[in-house]
Design a protein around this ligand. Structure first.
Ligand code: 13P
Length: 253
């Protein structure tokens, strides 16, 4: 079975102490992850080393950075490179979250560079795509997200693309309490998989996890994740509450 993943994106929330407590509460919960299931915590940079040591002895729990810089190194004050993440044992990194695309003017071309740098260091990118409300209202969301994949991922070889996790996050559903319906999520996930299959073949497309993000909650996770092409979620707000995120992990197929 394809990997099924509950990924927490804490964004710019929690103190160090709160972060430690939240991780402890989740890791102490009685969750038995199966071989094909994973939980990933995308934490702020200053908490990566602590978080990594917390999950170290836990099967199928991992830590992710929320971003990396698109250049390898150099005079970029305040930025964090992929090599730095690699040097502290980080194996996953969110790339192209819509908040970064919007507030930090990240382009599809820059994201392609980030993906390349991550793969060079065997860091798995959690590549985010998703359309704004006006695109959804115009009904052109399929073309919009396909273009994001093409411009940031489709230069990769078949071997490389297998190391990508995709997160579909419609911008109108992020932090709004407005979730895509199960049917809407399944439809666009299926479409994204068909676009990948068109370029790389069905076998490879069937191996790539596609997570849904946007107001995933304890109460809707099971229904969303039950869809055949929805392989888990990338969760913001609800991942900051231990009991909620525990329920979301348990909702994985
Ligand atoms: P919410 O779950 O708070 O809507 O955030 C989703 C998200 O942006 C995860 O990356």
């Amino acid at each position: 079975m394809r990997k099924q993943i509950a990924a927490a994106n804490w964004k710019m929330n929690l103190s160090y102490q709160e972060a430690e407590t939240l991780l402890d509460e989740i890791l102490e919960a009685d969750i038995r992850l199966e071989f094909h299931q994973m939980a990933i915590f995308a934490v702020p940079f200053p908490y990566l080393i602590m978080s990594r040591s917390e999950v170290e002895d836990e099967m199928n729990y991992e830590v992710a950075a929320q971003n990396c810089h698109h250049k390898k190194s150099g005079a970029y004050t305040g930025e964090v490179s992929v090599d730095m993440l690699h040097s502290i044992g980080v194996n996953y990194c969110i790339v192209g979250h819509s908040e970064r695309r919007e507030y930090n003017a990240e382009t599809n071309a820059m994201l392609a560079d980030k993906v390349n740098l991550c793969l060079e260091k065997a860091i798995t990118p959690i590549f985010c795509c998703g359309e704004p409300l006006e695109i959804r209202e115009a009904g052109t969301q399929n073309n919009f997200v396909a273009q994001q994949l093409k411009e940031s991922l489709f230069h990769l070889s078949a071997v490389e693309i297998k190391n990508i996790i995709i997160a579909y996050e419609p911008i109108w559903a992020i932090g709004t309490g407005k979730t895509a319906s199960t049917a809407q999520a399944q439809e666009i996930h299926h479409y994204l998989r068909s676009v990948i299959a068109g370029k790389y073949g069905a076998d490879i497309a069937n191996e790539i996890p596609i997570l849904y993000g946007g107001s995933v909650k304890a109460g809707n996770a099971k229904e969303l994740f039950a869809s055949p092409d929805v392989d888990g979620g990338l969760v913001g707000g609800a991942s900051l509450i231990a009991d909620d995120f525990i329920e979301i992990i348990k909702a994985l197929k």
